[in-house]
Ligand binder design. Sequence first.
Ligand code: G3I
Length: 329
Amino acid sequence: MKSISILAILLAPTAVFGLLDAKFKAKGRRYYGAIADPNTLSNTQVQTLLKTEFGAITPENSLKWDATEPSRGSFNFGNGDQTVNFATSNGRLVRGHTLVWHSQLPGWVSSITDKATLTTVLQNHVTTLVSRYRGKIYAWDVVNEIFDDSGNFRQSVFYKVLGETFVDIAFKAARAADPAAKLYINDYNLDGPGNKIDQLLALVNRLKSRGIPIDGIGSQAHLILGQVGGVQAQLVRLGATGLEVALTELDIRIPKDVTSAKLSQQQNDYATVTRACLAVSNCVGITVWGVSDRNSWVDSTFPTYDSPLLFDDNFAKKPAYNGVDGALN
Ligand code: G3I
């Protein structure tokens, strides 16, 4: 018996230690994921980390409207196909991101002013994307960031022309095109209390009462160092809807300059966020919004912040990695 346990420990490194996704699954969850696209997949170290550590891939940009339907009815799936094929050929789940978003939206859509045209365009876009990847996508972010920072409906072309029903139209078209895909509403700043999460939850209730096929709520979780204490309480509220919940775009950015003390704080913060998901039984997954600090949206959007991810510029594990790993052990 004793020698069997010693053997088990000796064999453990490949079976148990190291793989965030495997450890997360061992806790009964579906995936620990990251993002990719051809621009990062071209790096073999990124590919290696995606294969060893992560169980799901979200295409970072290649499935967005500007990439997939730059002009009406003319679809382009080159980058999307490449990313989805990388994921599925390596046995990874895919989160489809995103069908309806006010940003990275071509001008020809923003300039539509009549309901009938926008309804047709919306249905065609959703149906075409979801059908193309039918059976390959675990979950779609059907609508993204539809509330502004005050919790009001964002004044996108979709809301201005169609009102709240644009959400119904998008979810119904997605369900019809791939009945097996989980359909999510996704947004940011759901990490603390306030009108935004209140309004999102109110909408989810309205959608459910109207029979709209919604399966999940994605909380993006673009967080700031030392400000992660509210994540669990809000995730509990999202989970109380009975829908799946997921942290869909996690990163924790550090105010410059980065010091070893701040990296330790980031380790604690990543552990706190990981435990927050584990505390909510229907929190099915976590996706980090980048593999290494070398490729993060934070660099251009928040130049006074840095180093938001689990691996550093040279693809070495950061203390943040150990924060996630420790919380999963
Ligand atoms: O595709 C063009 C390319 O043709 C051009 O040469 C190049 C020159 O700058 O720009 C390319 O577009 C960039 C695009 O990413 C694709 O690489 C845009 O400039 C750049 O702004 C865009 O940034 C993306 C951002 O969304 C846009 O809003 C980030 O990579 C992406 O990480 C970020 O992701 C979002 C989620 O989708 C939604 N939640 C927030 C999150 C962070 O902003």
